[in-house]
Design a protein around this ligand. Sequence first.
Ligand code: HEC
Ligand code: HEC
Length: 276
Amino acid sequence: MKRILSVTAAALVFAGASMAVAELAEDYVFVEPTAQDHPLDEIISGYQFRIESTRETQDDDFENPGMLLLDQAMDTWSEVDGAAGKSCADCHGDDPLDAMKGVGSTYPKFTEEGDHRAFRNIENQINHCRTERMQADAWKYDKNDMLGMTVLVRNADRGEPVDVAVDGDAAPYFEQGKELYYTRMGQLDMSCAHCHEENYGNYIRADHLSQGQVNGFPTYRFKWQGVGSLHRRFSGCIKNIRGIPFKKGEDEFLALELYTSWRGQGLPVETPAVRN
Ligand code: HEC
Ligand code: HEC
């Protein structure tokens, strides 16, 4: 992989930071990539880069603040909403964690019904069911209803390996996502790869840089004092390099979501993960 580190950007961003590779726990877990052309030798969850107390908070369902939204979504699941007089449960069954098994680890992907064929992430699929099938209002991105239901869908696959399809119709999204990943952006003129491929393991200011894996989203962050979507995290990273983020839920971020999911192919779904 070509080094894309720009000297000015690096000087700005990594200023004063120790470039020594910080130690991961001795027994850190990783997944070996199966794809021939995978850019990483080891696929490592962001979990491994966080301090022990953060990991413990994630591991304990009673401590993990993300679980509160999951509980709320479990209730919402059977609440009737919209002009069609339906709840999620009416069509998908009473046990959401059972109904949604095998779903969360495979998104984003193409879904279809009649002529409604589109490339969707979980958020967009939920809104598709709400607007088309329930005649209910769309939920807003990054509001609690949407976050909670997305956490629920992903959590039903917690522990399952991320398994997205990048061939066939999804291939153009994969290519677009890959291109975005390696494109320099913002006033600092940096790409995702600059930090998450070339420099993971290093410190950037006080933050131990990970591979920017997406297997824990939506994620609870102490900084946010709440749960946030993957597209919110993408936006934050782009703003940090003083760029202008794409719109949540739209094509560029869907493409980036597919591509980053593929970079983490095989990692267990951790939703709701806990990060600093
Ligand atoms: C200037 C360095 C930098 C750049 C460039 C950058 N990020 Fe990040 N990113 C961070 C830091 C710091 C964190 C928090 C610590 C960590 O998990 O690496 C982070 C976290 C993340 C996470 C959360 C990981 C987890 O385990 O929860 C994702 C996903 C992510 N970045 C994706 C991206 C994408 C996609 C891009 C390109 C659009 C990008 N980042 C560009 C610095 C960067
Ligand atoms: C009127 C019936 C109906 C209602 C109500 C409904 N859905 Fe759906 N939903 C479907 C159908 C049909 C599909 C496509 C077939 C399938 O995958 O089950 C679907 C697909 C999905 C999928 C993708 C499943 C997959 O395998 O990829 C998710 C996620 C989903 N719905 C979530 C919800 C949620 C959350 C609600 C409530 C907010 C809801 N749905 C309400 C009918 C409905």
